[in-house]
Design a protein around this ligand. Structure first.
Ligand SMILES: [Zn+2]
Length: 82
């Protein structure tokens, strides 16, 4: 009767044939980025792009260049992220 040795790695242990599914933070980060971009596009439609959603002051151009989906000015960002 044939043994099931083909199920085992050469050292006799079960092969690691089914790596654990990893919950990647990257997926969530991309989804988050997409949501931010969609929000930025919605602000463009509303004619409010580049305005802080918190205090309605203009967001610094440097901030928008660094992150075009930026939703808050530097003051509010500091307040929010503390
Ligand atoms: Zn602000």
């Amino acid at each position: 009767m044939k043994t099931a040795n083909y199920l085992l790695a050469p050292d006799g242990t079960a092969p690691d044939c089914a790596p654990a599914i990893q919950h990647s933070h990257g997926v969530h980060a991309r989804a988050h980025t997409l949501a931010r971009i969609e929000a930025a596009l919605a602000r463009m439609d509303a004619g409010r792009y580049g305005m802080c959603v918190a205090c309605e002051q203009r967001i610094d151009l440097q901030r928008l260049e660094a992150d075009p989906a930026e939703a808050v000015c530097s003051d509010c960002c500091e307040t929010a992220e503390g």
